[in-house]
Design a protein around this ligand. Structure first.
Ligand SMILES: Nc1nc2c([nH]c(=O)n2[C@@H]2O[C@H](COP(=O)(O)OP(=O)(O)OP(=O)(O)O)[C@@H](O)[C@H]2O)c(=O)[nH]1
Ligand SMILES: [Mg+2]
Length: 321
């Protein structure tokens, strides 16, 4: 017998940027006792957003005014194929409570890892904890200029996640710059991702740990040759990819996110064929991984990127303005 296909909507309801609202499934239902993002199955002829509004009213007593797509996760349970269609909710009326008697709680995003969720939820948790803008540092040979520009971009745009791109630095110069950049980012409340294509991955992992950086960002070539996740789960592992094979490898390695490019034509890669928004959407539809869109995009494209199922936008030059 073919498996049942179930379409479920669920919400990450935010209180500011710090907390999300979780429910615990009653012990007598499917996946009982596990924590979940409130929501449920679509009724016939309902859109996702209609179902979301109905479920959050039935389960929590709130009225959703606006919601934004966060991530879509396909998952095979033994008895069913489930599509979890997850929305971010920041704009609602009422105070959520356990209207069906379920246990509920506001949970700091940083503590989500301590809760037990259904197996399908891991990519959702990563997507909730990840920001929607990923800043990539620009090429700058001059060290003082680099540091001033970085501090200015952090101040102006307040990104939470930054990647120190390797540019033309050798391994030693990269490590020296990384040490100062981690510090500058930390003072601005941002985490710094390290990754240097000219160094082996083990050396980069050691650097990430020594500097207590946010995580490791793999180039697409490095991603291709690895066999398992090279980094502990408490730090971010990101990867640059350009096609479906890259996305599949990023999933296999248990990366926390991928950066897919180019979405638009860019001056930095004039020969690469741009994916376009539709190409991006098709490529990430079945990927269990938050994906940032990169290539000719700016911060004004974040909503559009999220609308086609991406986590958000990665950019270099948008942060220089
Ligand atoms: N709401 C929600 N469901 C989830 C999550 N993760 C996950 O695997 N699921 C699965 O998705 C399905 C959701 O169905 P549900 O039982 O909440 O459906 P519902 O609210 O419409 O209830 P009902 O079918 O009793 O009327 C369950 O199989 C559940 O285990 C999650 O984070 N939130
Ligand atoms: Mg439910």
């Amino acid at each position: 017998m073919p498996k049942r296909r179930v379409h479920v909507v669920a919400a990450a309801i935010y209180n500011g940027d710090e907390r999300v609202f979780l429910s615990r499934r009653p012990s007598y239902v499917d996946q009982g006792g596990l924590w979940e993002f409130p929501g449920g199955k679509l009724h016939p002829h309902e859109t996702g957003l209609e179902a979301l509004k109905r479920e959050l009213n039935e389960e929590l007593g709130i009225h959703v005014k606006r919601a934004q797509p966060l991530i879509r996760v396909h998952h095979e349970y033994t008895d069913k194929h489930i599509l979890l269609d997850v929305w971010g909710v920041r704009d609602f009326e009422g105070e959520p409570y356990g209207r069906e008697g379920q246990v509920v709680r506001w949970v700091p995003v940083a503590e989500l890892g301590r809760y037990n969720f259904p197996a399908a939820n891991l990519p959702i948790i990563k997507a909730v904890a990840l920001p929607h803008a990923y800043m990539i540092t620009a090429d700058q040979a001059d060290e003082t200029r680099f540091e001033t520009d970085l501090a200015a971009a952090l101040e102006r745009h307040r990104p939470k996640l930054v990647r120190l791109r390797d540019t033309a630095l050798d391994a030693e110069a990269y490590a020296a710059r990384a040490e100062r950049a981690v510090d500058i980012c930390r003072r601005a409340g941002a985490q710094l991702m390290l990754g240097h294509r000219g160094s082996d991955v083990e050396a980069m992992v050691a650097l990430v740990e020594r500097l207590d950086a946010g995580g490791l960002h793999l180039g697409s070539d490095q991603l291709g040759v690895l066999e398992r996740r090279p980094l502990e789960g408490s730090r971010w592992l990101g990867a640059s990819v350009h096609d479906a094979a890259g996305l599949a490898q990023a999933e296999r390695l248990d990366c926390d996110f991928a950066v897919l490019s180019p979405v638009r034509a860019t001056g930095s890669h004039p020969d690469a064929q741009p994916l376009g928004w539709h190409g991006l959407q098709q490529m990430i539809e079945h990927v269990r991984l938050p994906v940032f869109a990169l290539g000719g995009l700016g911060l004004e494209d974040i909503d559009h990127a999220r609308g086609v199922g991406a986590q958000g936008v990665a950019a270099i030059s948008a942060f220089e303005r």
